[in-house]
Design a protein around this ligand. Structure first.
Ligand code: XLS
Ligand code: NI
Ligand code: NI
Length: 444
């Protein structure tokens, strides 16, 4: 009996469907503009929240039905448990009709007594994954290293005051990046789990940033040494677990990359909930990355406006995601990146098909948002009005200003001579919001 035996593969039934186990908007092969929906959205399922986590929180033990989890299993041998978990994961992803998944090294294989043993377990599970991938056609969007959960990393990985911890994390990345490459992974993510600090009383920030830059440079060198041609992605987050995370937001990451000469080597993996935690709209973070030429991939989830931590809810707001998809499409869409569901069930959602319902909801939210964003761009009114707002800059005067052909003194003297009093023009925000709302309503 398979783990998700009670659920058939998920099909598209259209907007009128009332079946919670069917797509209303996500129609994988439907062409939208120049790509199919599945090529635009490049969905991925995450291993950690969906399969490795059993619903435990700081106030209570696991609630979810995850028989392979060490806390719940009837003393299963660790590799057998990891294989059982992987069987369920691939069954789930196949039935959902998603083409990608993502993992941390520690999600797919048990820890050994030594680093060498951990690597052996990991390699065994990588081989098991390779077979599953070729049998199902599911691909690896990204691999990543967990260098934040173990107590050795309590004071950071690359930013640790003890170089032994830096070395341990470096060894872990060397191994996991190699295996990600072996599995044909299209990206490699570095989220600075505990790269930050609690108090400056014990922290030398300058030194820690230099350490982190050295680490990232070594990752780049290793990438080239092994011939990995995927994209290296840094995932910004402003807080949690540490009070001050160094990779606060896209702008902070870009400043770090520029300072250390790494801006050609990394792009960003923007997580929606991290964007909102940093006090920005999700689409602001996307636009900032596109402008800087470092847009890479998305962790598609959502926070709660009143709770200040990383809730990893499934995306539900078409209003919010339409604005995000609009910036993604304006930036040319994904290349190696995709929409990775860094999302978890609520711990009361213990029915076996809740994981399907949740992902279908997230996928439909993103598909409807894609349709709305595409419709806004096709229609062109929004962009036309935005361009018009800047039309003064396309005149010879505007060109002179931008090209540095005018001085402050000249502008001063000219204004006095002409007596010209410039008049402000409406920004038309509410009207533009009505345009967006209309496309959300009518996009089909
Ligand atoms: C945690 C992060 C993490 C990264 C991968 O908040 O979102 O899940 O995506 O390490
Ligand atoms: Ni994430
Ligand atoms: Ni997160």
């Amino acid at each position: 009996m398979s783990f998700f035996e009670g659920t058939a593969p998920i099909a598209y039934e259209g907007p009128e469907s009332t079946n919670p186990l069917a797509f209303r908007w996500y129609d994988a092969d439907r062409v939208v503009g120049s790509r199919t929906m599945s090529e635009h959205l490049r969905f991925a399922v995450c291993y950690w929240h969906s399969f490795a986590w059993d619903g435990a929180d700081i106030f209570g033990a696991g609630t979810l039905d995850r028989p392979w989890h060490p806390a719940n299993g009837p003393g299963l041998e660790p590799i057998a448990a990891a294989k059982m978990k992987m069987d369920a994961a691939f069954e789930f992803i196949s039935k959902l009709g998603v083409k990608y998944f993502s993992f941390h090294d520690i999600d797919i294989a048990p820890a050994g007594a030594t680093f060498a043993e951990t690597c052996r377990y990991f390699d065994e599970m990588v081989e098991y994954a390779a077979d599953k991938m070729s049998a199902t056609g599911i691909k690896l969007l990204w691999g990543t290293t967990n260098a934040f959960s173990h107590r050795r990393f309590m004071s950071g990985a690359s930013t640790n005051p003890d170089p032994d911890m830096f070395k341990y994390a470096a060894a872990q990345v060397a191994h996991c990046l190699q295996r990600t490459h072996d599995l044909g992974g299209e990206n490699y993510v570095l989220w600075g789990g505990r790269e930050g600090y609690e108090t400056l009383l014990n922290t030398d920030m300058r030194r820690e940033l230099d350490q982190m830059a050295r680490f990232m440079t070594m990752v780049v060198e290793h990438k080239h040494a092994i011939g990995f041609d995927g994209t290296l992605l840094i995932e910004p987050k402003p807080m949690e677990p540490t009070k001050h995370q160094y990779d606060y937001d896209v702008a902070a990451v870009y400043a770090f990359l520029q300072r250390y000469g790494l801006e050609q080597e990394f792009k960003v993996n923007i997580e929606v909930n991290h964007a909102t935690l940093s006090g920005h709209d999700f689409h602001h973070e996307v636009a900032t990355a596109v402008n800087a030429g470092i847009f890479g991939s998305i962790d598609a989830n959502a926070g709660d406006p009143r709770l200040g931590w990383d809730l990893d809810l499934f995306p539900r707001s078409v209003e919010e995601m339409t604005l995000g998809m609009l910036e993604i499409l304006r930036g040319g869409g994904f290349t190696t990146g995709g929409l990775m569901f860094d999302t978890k069930l609520r711990r009361q959602s213990i029915s076996r098909d809740d994981l399907f319902v949740a992902h279908i909801g997230g996928m439909d939210t993103m598909a409807k948002s894609l349709l709305a964003a595409h419709s806004i761009l096709e229609d062109g009114e929004l962009d036309r009005r935005r361009n018009e707002r800047y039309s003064g800059w396309n005149t010879p005067v505007g060109a002179d200003l931008l090209a540095g052909r005018m001085t402050l003194q000249q502008l001063h003297d000219e204004l006095i001579a002409s007596g010209h009093e410039p008049q402000p023009v409406s920004g038309r925000q509410e009207l533009l919001e009505r345009i967006v709302a209309r496309h959300i309503d009518t996009a089909r």
